[in-house]
Design a protein around this ligand. Sequence first.
Ligand code: GAP
Length: 432
Amino acid sequence: MNQLDKIVALAKRRGFVYQSAEIYGGLNGVYDFGHLGTLLKNNIKDAWTQSILTTRSNILFFDGSLLGAHAMWEASGHTQNFSDPLVDCTNCKRRFRADDINLEEQCPVCGKKAWTDVREFQLMFKTNLGAATDSASIAYLRPETAQSIFVQFKNVMSTNRVKIPFGIAQIGKAFRNEITPKQFLFRMREFEQMELEWFCKPDQMDEFFPLWLEARKQFYINLGVHKDRIRMHEHGKNELSHYSSRTTDIEYEFPFGWKELEGVADRGNFDLTQHSKHSGKDLSVHDEKTKTSYIPNVIECSVGVDRLFLTLLCDAYTEDTVGSEERTVLKFSPRIAPIKAAFLPLTKKISDPMHKIYQDIAAKGIMVECDESGSIGKRYRRQDEIGTPLCFTYDFESEKDNSVTVRDRNTTQQKRIAIDRIEQYLADALIP
Ligand code: GAP
């Protein structure tokens, strides 16, 4: 099994991620998140929100609709430009992204060379609102969260009485009819994005672009991602999206190679200008100092929640040997670990006092687990596999010395601490 297959298997075995509609054969490129996956996702989103708020204070939040008007996607350029090159093999009928394969060579599936012409495939999911099927009823599921921010820019600015520069941040679903969804959560058809659109004056771009790029890189380092698995990639002219004049990707070294994790893009005033033109509404702002109006520029920081989820799984995934036993452990930073600590009575006979301790901690809103079934070794292995930083064990000595053992996930070292110190010990361990 390769590394990615092992991670996919662990994610299912431990209830992080399931294939959508698995009992019906699965929906390709679509996933459901179980208990631990949902907790991990929530921790990722909280950490992202925290990180942008601590970079700059003037950030507003937004939650736009998933369905977007045809006119909006016309204006943004998505109906014309948001496509991937598609090619079919006429022999085995398999379909490929033309930029994923070498058309000078044979089909990687059937070994024949029988390609159709390359054509552009629109990635947006199209639908009709209501019973009508005329062109006026066409709508699209959004392929990025950003556009709803741009079309509401004036409303957000005037109702919140903010001044340039400021940011609008959004976490939400996006949909792309990817030709070949692949590599688990890397390229999905339904996914979540965390996007920040930073509005500033054109002459402030040189100040803010490096500031956001550095802040975004630092975010991953603060989450404990290995520094040597992160690098920057500045787009060449032929890589740029239709709306961008400059983009730097923050790339991560996945088990399948270096790939984009986040894009930091200079969108200039492309989007606001387009929406001004197409809607006929003036989206410029007035500069009190110079008494002139201008359309603000935008720096965009955009990362997929699911892609970061996969990054953190890959980065944390470790196989090591404890004594003579091999184990798998997810070395998550305590901040994003779905379960912060496990409370494990050595045997069921002494589970009551451990339950009481567990319930006191759980009542404080800390995500903890109590597990009393199976051998203590098996329970440690399970907690290692789900990335729980600490395990507290109540044993036969505990009643006499009012202490428990605490085991560190990464080192497996154990030490004894007084029961009345557990809460403080946990709080200290959870500080990033
Ligand atoms: N608003 C800009 C935008 O959407 P993008 O590079 O197409 O730019 C931004 O997407 C981020 O969204 C990517 O860096 C990636 O983290 C995530 N993403 C994009 N397509 C994805 C997909 N099919 N599956 C999972 N994540 C995806």
